[in-house]
Write a protein that binds this ligand. Structure first.
Ligand code: HEC
Length: 158
């Protein structure tokens, strides 16, 4: 109060004009942002919505994958499920196992790249790359080769 006492009016007027202008400018920016978002959506949203629809179709079709159920799933259960299941330390990640191979298959397939099996997130993490769970098995292990060979049998990535 004391320091501004000599100039009470001009600073107050400037402040008021600025505060009156601000909402208008904000509205213009919001409108521009809305248009931008709409334009981006027109370009990108079609792709975004195609994913879940395709996933739903894939889920509905029965997948006969005995290789996964007989050889791959048991490895995942013994090496990964202790952390990668509901309530465990990796239970909130995209890789979650329930103990039901058929139910879990789609979630596992979403983490692999049939075009380049070794680049699959599943194998990258299992071999310790960027994985809080650490090194689970090495690329020369039987577990790695089993999973790699299974990934290579999957249809190419769309
Ligand atoms: C000791 C606990 C532990 C074990 C065992 C473990 N993980 Fe993990 N894993 C984690 C944790 C914690 C994360 C989340 C943090 C991170 O990404 O590192 C994770 C993340 C992942 C992710 C990334 C998931 C996402 O949503 O991006 C994949 C894939 C993965 N792990 C694969 C595996 C595989 C395959 C195995 C078994 C061969 C395995 N993990 C075993 C703890 C574990």
């Amino acid at each position: 109060m004391g320091t501004l006492g000599g100039f009470p009016n001009p600073p107050a007027m400037v402040r008021r004009r600025q505060s009156q202008r601000a909402p208008h400018a904000t509205r213009i920016r919001a409108a521009a942002f809305g248009l931008l978002a709409a334009a981006l959506c027109a370009a990108g949203c079609a792709d975004f919505t195609r994913g879940p629809a395709a996933d739903a179709a894939a889920d509905a079709a029965p997948v006969d994958d005995s290789l996964f159920e007989t050889y791959v799933y048991p490895i995942l259960q013994s090496d990964c499920q202790s952390c990668h299941s509901q309530g465990q330390q990796a239970g909130a990640t995209r890789f979650r196992l329930t103990g039901d191979a058929k139910a879990d298959r789609a979630g596992v397939v979403a983490l692999v790249y049939p075009d380049y099996p070794a680049g699959s997130l599943l194998l990258q993490r299992a071999t310790g790359n960027g994985h809080s769970g650490g090194l689970i098995f090495t690329p020369d292990s039987a577990e790695y080769m089993t999973i790699l060979n299974w990934i290579a049998t999957l249809p190419p990535t769309q």
